[in-house]
Design a protein around this ligand. Sequence first.
Ligand SMILES: Nc1ncnc2c1ncn2[C@@H]1O[C@H](COP(=O)(O)OP(=O)(O)OP(=O)(O)O)[C@@H](O)[C@H]1O
Ligand SMILES: [Mg+2]
Length: 383
Amino acid sequence: MSTSKDDILAALGKISSPDGAPLPATGKLSEIVVADGKIFFSITVDARAVEQWETVRDRAQQAVRALPGVQSVMVALTAERGASAGQGRGTPPRPQAPPAARPRPGGSPGGSAAPAPAGIPDVQAIIAVASGKGGVGKSTTAVNLALALRDLGLKVGILDADIYGPSMPKLLAIRERPQAIGGNRLRPIERFGMSVMSIGFLIEEETPMIWRGPMVMSALTQMLREVEWGALDVMVVDMPPGTGDAQLTMAQQVPLKGAVIVSTPQDLALIDARRGIAMFRRVNVPVLGIVENMSTFVCPQCGTRSDIFGHGGARREAERLGVPFLGEVPLDIVIREKSDSGSPVVATAPNTPQAQYYRDIAIRVRDGLAVSSRPTPKIVIEA
Ligand SMILES: Nc1ncnc2c1ncn2[C@@H]1O[C@H](COP(=O)(O)OP(=O)(O)OP(=O)(O)O)[C@@H](O)[C@H]1O
Ligand SMILES: [Mg+2]
């Protein structure tokens, strides 16, 4: 039996907005998408009223979920750009709760009462790929590192935590929406033998949105905990750029086993990398090491080497800070073209020097995590 939009609107009519109006009468509901028992819609609210609306969102989700024929419901709380000044990708919003150090076994003493986030059942290790600065190649590194870990026989997932500017739809050429699998859980998209989840799979690229702290956390929590990840050796989390409160809260809320910091070799980027390292140390997440991306440039025509952003800065910085240096990846046209066309180099040109850089990094990451491959890894490689 299929659920109609009228059934959904009738159920939502029993839910009141914070000022007492029935939800459908508020004008804040998006179009309701109904596909094979899976329901998606959003409630667009004033960014200043997000906290009051969070319970409305919950109640709406529960009411629709209770309707006959509904397999899953995803209700997003969003605020349109301009509803509140100064919010957006470059200036991540303040999270609801002030960030505080998370106590961990063996972590530094004196942390506040924030409890350690629960792990994800059957996921052995979650690692973040992060940087202080935008555009240094985090997402490219995250995807190719994940693929190289897959090639080591590990079962790998990728969680795109860049809610502000998700990259996975483009980097992995994913157009389809995740399917529901009963209850309110979603099946991640499978690509190149990895499970992938991104907010970009649920929201149209053109939808202009701003996110407030509570929304970011609710989206991230859903992608982490309401997705059927299955058994994974490693989940690679592609973090949004920056070291602001939003990133700190993410680093705190996701049960991370370690962080990989990506930096370009020049001083400015390294200052930001230092901030990134400090952020993870503050929440007691071990830094697995630094990757120097866009390290050197070798001219494909003449073979001349140019150190466009300098060279070796990240290695020196790693030594100075006492964290492992994981390796360098040159500035390379093949990496860029493959990355931007959704066919990452490690998956589609595995026998190239470009892929080898990532494999070397993956070995160090795996050893740093001390995770071992499962006895019978099942690897599906798509063309
Ligand atoms: N080693 C490399 N050689 C050439 N191009 C690269 C390399 N690494 C990344 N790029 C390119 O640089 C651009 C930015 O990379 P990417 O999106 O991975 O960065 P990011 O740090 O995730 O950015 P953001 O901060 O916006 O999330 C992309 O066009 C990507 O293809
Ligand atoms: Mg990115």
